[in-house]
Design a protein around this ligand. Structure first.
Ligand SMILES: *Cc1c(COP(=O)(O)O)cnc(C)c1O
Ligand SMILES: [Zn+2]
Length: 413
């Protein structure tokens, strides 16, 4: 919070003081962006200081976060996830330089959303709230429930009826009050907003809370540090509401304004073909229109995205690309990540790789360019999807000859 200079409206460009609970521009209702005093920060903070820092995980980047350094933070180890450089995977998608895979599925509750939820919980504590609430297709909810539990806050979660079992199981174990809404994500979202207003809870709906995107941006700050501030040509991320993509863009802008990076990677935003409102708006140059939610990649099945403007701005600013992929392509990418990299991801996370595969195939991404892919969620969250991606197992009676038939019979091991 030390370096936050204000909240700037992306619509009317007025700047407002940073209150603990800020959502929309008081002037025009537009979305807000957290702004920092970059020149002061650049004088007081440097990559060398980071090298010396003993703080692990996302709080390494505290000066670039809208959180009071003295306020209590959730004790879970959020961030500090591995970055792999994988030549075999690169070759499998037609690229010659090792593919950089940032595995954020290894966060405490299994998704990148932990980075936003950790900030949400810290801000809720700052605001003196006792209860925090959100609507989510799953990961925002499970990460909120986990981070709230770790901080002894109550959580109330609205989930659409189709949320996968693994994610709902997490909510229950973390002790959240779970309200499963028989309807779409949009309907669950609206209901949560009404409840938040009525009972005065802290709002963790990411798109309209400017602080949460700041938490998510730490995935790219971390990736940049892991690469010694030399970023790849392209960086792919899957897109639902658009906050993760927008957050990636915000991280790049912050680092550029600090003078820590020279060039911005081109962002690739990937949606599912069965639910691609932001992609369509990009291709057609029109405002975003709500669409159906017809994909098994549940975490990005957002027919009425809450943050398309910031997401599209990030694509424009980095001369990036939006691309949509079919569920078949998503499952292929998911299987490939497992087989060729030993990384088990949920479908929404695999979409990012599937998008890259499509662009590499089309020659938009050239074979000698370096690419990073952000893995947003862990495969264990949705075991049902995994079975679709990976195919059958061998089922036999307990008899060694049957094993021999499999092993010696030329069947796929
Ligand atoms: C939330 C989520 C996304 C998309 O993030 P948005 O901010 O909604 O665009 C992608 N993958 C996973 C696994 C997620 O949980
Ligand atoms: Zn405004």
């Amino acid at each position: 919070m030390e370096y936050v200079s204000g909240l700037r409206c992306i619509n009317c460009h007025r700047t407002w003081p940073p209150a603990a609970e800020s959502s929309l521009c008081p002037g025009c209702g537009g979305l807000l962006d957290v702004e920092y005093d970059y020149s002061l920060l650049a004088r007081r903070w440097s990559p060398n200081q980071l090298v010396a820092s003993r703080q692990r995980g996302m709080w390494r980047y505290l000066p670039l976060l809208p959180v009071d350094p003295a306020a209590p933070r959730p004790p879970l180890a959020v961030g500090g996830t591995p970055l792999y450089a994988l030549l075999r995977l690169a070759e499998a998608v037609g690229l010659n330089k090792p593919l950089l895979l940032k595995d954020d599925g290894l966060n405490p509750t299994g998704s990148l959303k932990d980075r936003a939820s950790a900030v949400a919980v810290a801000k809720a504590r700052e605001a003196g709230a006792q209860t925090i609430a959100c609507a989510s297709t799953g990961n925002a909810a499970s990460s909120l429930a986990g981070n709230a539990a770790a901080t002894r806050l109550d959580s109330v979660i609205f989930v659409p009826a189709r949320a996968p079992q693994g994610k709902v199981a997490q909510l229950i174990v973390y002790g959240a009050t779970v309200i499963s809404v028989q309807g779409s994500y949009a309907q669950a979202f609206r209901l949560s907003q009404q409840a938040i207003e009525r009972w005065g809870w802290y709002n963790r709906n990411a798109a309209i809370n400017p602080y949460l995107m700041e938490g998510k941006k730490t995935v790219v700050l971390e990736l940049a540090e892991q690469l010694d501030w030399k970023l790849p040509h392209w960086l792919a991320v899957s897109v639902g509401d658009g906050c993760t993509l927008a957050a990636a863009g915000k991280a790049l802008v912050d680092l550029h304004r600090l003078g820590w990076i020279d060039t911005l990677p081109r962002l690739i935003g990937v949606q599912a073909a069965g639910c691609n409102p932001i992609c369509r708006a990009w291709n057609e140059g029109k405002p975003v229109q709500a669409c159906q939610e017809d994909t098994l990649a549940d975490s990005i099945a957002v027919g009425q995205p809450r943050n398309p403007d910031k997401a599209l701005a990030a694509i424009r600013q980095t001369r990036g690309q939006m691309v949509a992929v079919t569920d078949d392509e998503i499952f292929k990418a998911m299987g490939l990540l497992g087989r060729a990299a030993g990384v088990f991801v949920e479908p929404a996370a695999a979409a990012a790789l599937a998008g890259l595969m499509r662009l590499a195939n089309q020659g938009v991404v050239a074979a000698d360019e370096q690419v990073g892919v952000i893995i947003t969620g862990n495969g264990l969250k949705d075991p049902g999807a995994a079975e679709r991606a990976a195919g059958a197992i061998h089922t036999i009676v307990p008899d060694i000859e049957q094993v021999a038939t499999i092993i010696e019979g030329g069947q796929k091991l």
